[in-house]
Design a protein around this ligand. Structure first.
Ligand SMILES: [Zn+2]
Length: 191
């Protein structure tokens, strides 16, 4: 049985803490839903911010809502070079030891002292699917992407939660390297 999961490309984005939303967009302001994403409850917002690095600025960066406990900025290695920062590869939520950056919105700006990282490629699975495939939260697998630039990624972390929908998340650098466009599926290879 093939373990096939849809592959989604995560473009650069920011998750904002509630207090930072108010600094960037104004007192009492909240994020406006543009469209819902595959992971339940998560949405792309209409609001955008600029990321100001030591080298360059990247404008109009997507904000993914709802508000989180801590602000985090997920960028590709290419973005990091553009901005002039050197973030580590990390799993979402684990921002210790990451660099900060300046974030500019229409009503104000915030300089965070940590929170910038390159998201570790991962697979979201529900407990049912994980059990069926004999996988557990935290497992490391390989993922084969079938495209005209077919590629096998190593070091893909499995994340299991009732709150997830099955999907693979890679960033734009990884998607470009694997020639992803349109609807793409990956096949999990257990090591
Ligand atoms: Zn994800």
């Amino acid at each position: 049985m093939k373990k096939k999961v849809i592959v989604e490309t995560s473009a650069r984005h920011i998750h904002l803490a509630k207090e930072h939303i108010e600094v960037l967009f104004g007192k009492g302001k909240t994020l406006t839903v543009r469209n819902m994403l595959s992971q339940p409850g998560q949405f792309a917002s209409l609001e955008r911010v600029d990321l100001v690095g030591p080298k360059k600025t990247i404008k109009n960066v997507l904000i993914i809502g709802p508000a989180r406990k801590a602000t985090q900025v997920e960028i590709s290695k290419t973005d990091a070079r553009t901005l002039g920062v050197d973030p580590p590869v990390k799993e979402s939520g684990d921002i210790d030891g990451t660099p900060g950056i300046k974030i500019v919105g229409p009503a104000g700006e915030v300089t965070i002292d940590k929170g910038v990282f390159i998201a570790k490629r991962h697979i979201h699975l529900t407990p049912d699917v994980a059990k069926e495939w004999n996988l557990a939260n935290g497992d490391i697998v390989m993922l084969k992407i079938n495209s005209d630039r077919s590629l096998i990624f190593d070091d893909v972390v499995v994340r299991v939660s009732e709150k997830y929908a099955p999907s693979v998340h890679i960033d734009t650098d990884e998607a470009n390297a694997a020639g992803c466009s349109g609807e793409v599926y990956g096949e999990i290879i257990i090591k």
